[in-house]
Write a protein that binds this ligand. Structure first.
Ligand SMILES: Cc1cc2nc3c(=O)[nH]c(=O)nc-3n(C[C@H](O)[C@H](O)[C@H](O)COP(=O)(O)OP(=O)(O)OC[C@H]3O[C@@H](n4cnc5c(N)ncnc54)[C@H](O)[C@@H]3O)c2cc1C
Length: 294
């Protein structure tokens, strides 16, 4: 398998690239090809190739919600980066945002333009594509509530617009099919003084600082079960500080696993098994994964 590069391709392609570097967990094996496209034409070029050759592929944003297995990923990973992250104001209160835009960049843009409404996302290290795919949220709100339309590249490589009436966002999930690529979204924002946005962002970041571990992680491992906080349940069953090899349940937040250095995906999976087992035994509740395992 080799990518038939043509002169129009502007991005970068790495063969047998270790994916650990590209995830916030800093864990995981190699992929046959990692593609960093520079333009949307690059994305189409690679998608056409993988479809034609029936090569498996995955889409990555900032890699902040992914655990890559130690044996790696076969086929191609297309990482949608910041260069595919333009923001365009299309009317007073609507923005068109490409999927590679970082959450932090979007919040800066909003502040500069006296717009707001999305401050609750401050501190989430993902981009718009990954956040919309998994309906990221915090402090009782989630991004899906603000999405009016999504432009996707579907499995037949057609560009499709999914209107609000066809979009379903649930807790940490959406109805965007795995295999579709989110190209851009229309987001509803509101007029808001810069200072107000700034103060809200500071407030949320301060709240986060108490719970977010400093070591590499992928954020929350499990979704909160209905009426419970997964972190609370895991704390109650004594998971904080439990260690397997080089990974450990964080002392700051019992629903987060940190990589102490050189951690392995197998160790994370074993810790996940223990966390689930303890919560099942003590509370009779099944914890559902929030992170995606590749
Ligand atoms: C310290 C820390 C704190 C966090 N806090 C929060 C929080 O408060 N709330 C929260 O909800 N999450 C949180 N997360 C998890 C994570 O940051 C979010 O889920 C984030 O929005 C994922 O975006 P990403 O770009 O990193 O996606 P990735 O992890 O790269 O991908 C996640 C999924 O989205 C898919 N995907 C990515 N881009 C596209 C695209 N363009 N088209 C189609 N599919 C795509 C991928 O295939 C994958 O299945 C946190 C993570 C960390 C490390």
């Amino acid at each position: 398998m080799s990518i038939p590069i043509n002169s129009k391709f502007k991005g970068k392609i790495f063969k047998d690239e270790c994916l650990a570097t590209y995830t916030t967990f800093k864990i995981g094996g190699k992929v046959d090809y990692l593609v960093l496209p520079s333009t949307w034409d690059d994305v189409f070029f690679v998608l056409e190739w993988v479809k034609r050759e029936k090569i498996p592929f995955k889409i990555m944003g900032q890699g902040s919600n992914i655990l890559v297995s130690d044996e790696g990923v076969s086929g191609v990973v297309i990482k949608i980066n910041r260069n595919l992250g333009k923001i365009k104001r299309i009317s007073e209160e609507f923005l068109e945002v490409e999927s590679g835009c970082l959450i932090s960049e979007l919040l800066s843009f909003l502040m500069k333009n006296n717009l707001g409404g999305l401050e609750f996302l401050a501190g989430i290290p993902g981009n718009i594509g990954g956040s919309v795919f998994g309906n990221s949220g915090a402090f009782g709100s989630s991004i899906g509530e603000f999405i009016e339309k999504i432009e996707i590249i579907d499995e037949n490589l057609n560009i499709k617009n999914l209107e609000k009436s066809n979009l379903f966002f649930n807790y940490r999930s959406s109805n965007i099919k795995v295999g579709s690529v989110i190209k851009s979204v229309i987001i509803k924002v509101k007029k808001q003084e810069k200072d107000k946005s700034y103060n809200l962002i500071l407030k949320y970041l301060k709240e986060r600082q108490r719970k977010i571990p400093k070591l590499p992680s992928a954020g929350s491992i499990f979704k909160n079960p209905p009426n419970y906080s997964a972190g609370y349940l895991l704390d109650k069953v004594g998971m904080k500080g439990v260690r397997v090899g080089n990974v450990m349940v964080s002392y700051e937040h019992a629903n987060t696993i940190v990589n102490l250095g050189g951690g392995k995906a197998e160790e994370v999976k074993e810790l996940i098994r223990i966390m689930r087992e303890r919560v099942k035994n003590y509370f009779g509740l099944d914890l559902e994964l929030e992170i995606k395992i590749w």
